[in-house]
Structure formats: C-alpha cells, structure tokens
Design a protein around this ligand. Structure first.
Ligand SMILES: [Zn+2]
Ligand SMILES: [Zn+2]
Length: 218
C-alpha cells in the first residue's frame, strides 16, 4: 500500500484520489454506501472514508469495492494540541485497533467528549501499525505550535509514516492559519514521509473541488 501511496502525484488529488471523507458513522452528512456510489460515479481510482474514531462502516460492508482503502481518523492529544491521525489500510479485525475504537464511545460526536477521549499519538500510531496500517498526520497547518518541524519530528520518532499535504484549506474554521502547506511539504521531504491528500469532505463528493491549482499553493 505504501508503494501505491508513493505513486500519487499532486494531479491525482482530487481528480482521481480523495483519501479523507466522513460518513454518517461520524459527523459526515452522507451515508457510507451512498459515498461509495458517488465515488463510483466520479470514477475515483482510490478513496478512503475516514470516520472519526470508527471503522464501523467497513464492518457493515459485504464486499470491499474497487479503489476503497480502509481508513479511520483518530483524535489525539499531544503538546497542547489535538492532532488528528489518519490510519490507512488497517485490518479491521485487529484486536489493538478495535480496543482503541472501543475506547471512544460509539457514535460520540460531541466535541467535549471527543477531546476527553483523545489518546496519545504514540498509542494511536502503534495501534495503526499493529493493524498493518499507515499512520498519517491530518491537516498539519491547523496545529498550534511554534515549530511545526519539532512537532512533526516528535511524531516521526513515534513512527509516523506520512502527512496530509493536498487538502483544500489551511485555516481552522477558515480563519486561523498557523502554517502553510508549503512548510508541510518541505517537512515531508525532510523526514521522508508519504504525502497524502484528501478533502476532509463532510458532505457530498459531488461538491469536490476538482480544479485546485496545486502549483500556485505549493
Ligand atoms: Zn481532522
Ligand atoms: Zn476529517
């Protein structure tokens, strides 16, 4: 799977590839199966539905559709930040991973509860790895820290495999911006991390912005 991730180019995001989508199993508005239908209609080559702290959607699937990569997004607490860590290509029957998702109450989406349940990224990365998956830091521009370099370096020491670089926003609630995607890309290269991307779509995939000029942003 890492080799597939390495092959993605900036032009793939979001024309053929979208690795960050939420369904009604967390706080997305569109049902899991409906998202699969939409991805088919849009001819996405690879996509991942990454619900918060939940792999329930995958457990209810009868058959994995072509192009769908198992994904999940965990809430973490670390260095006064609440980083989100994405896990890709995880084995949904892995006991460590299931123990971790079980710690998050089923379907809890109220933000205070989610923050209280947040886990240390080391624990999350270890669970993702024990389930054979790839651990990726989501939307790195959004974290408050003086040095994003040191923040990412600490996560790399815990085993982080990649960072999300291609995503359509760099501001929390569209206002606060701590780091640029250019910085994130440079750090990904410095630490030899995988570069991933996804929309963090909470609505229909038909809303996907297909004409992002990455050359201008990065
Ligand atoms: Zn997130
Ligand atoms: Zn998300």
């Amino acid at each position: 799977m890492k080799n597939i991730f390495r092959q993605f180019t900036k032009d793939d995001f979001f024309k053929n590839v979208n690795l960050h989508i939420h369904s009604t199993y967390s706080d997305g508005r569109v049902e899991f199966n409906e998202l699969i239908k939409q991805a088919k209609e849009l001819n996405l080559k690879y996509y991942s539905i990454t619900d918060h702290n939940s792999i329930e959607g995958y457990k209810h699937l009868e058959k994995m559709p072509d192009g769908l990569i198992v994904g999940v997004e965990f809430d973490c607490f670390f260095d006064l930040n609440l980083p989100h860590i994405l896990g890709y290509n995880v084995d949904i029957n892995n006991p460590e991973l299931n123990a971790l998702t079980a710690e998050f109450e089923k379907g809890i989406m109220e933000v205070p509860k989610r923050i209280l349940t947040s886990r240390h990224p080391k624990k999350v990365i270890e669970a993702i790895h024990s389930a054979g998956g790839i651990a990726v830091l989501a939307h790195p521009c959004c974290y408050w820290c003086l040095s994003l370099d040191r923040f990412i370096q600490k996560l790399v020491k815990m085993g982080l495999d990649g960072v999300e670089v291609y995503y359509p926003y760099d501001r929390i609630t569209r206002i606060v911006k701590f780091h640029s995607r250019k910085t994130v890309k440079k750090l990904a290269e410095k630490y030899n991390l995988l570069l991933t991307g996804g929309e963090d779509q909470h609505y229909s995939l038909f809303n996907m912005e297909k004409n992002i000029n990455w050359d201008r942003i990065l």
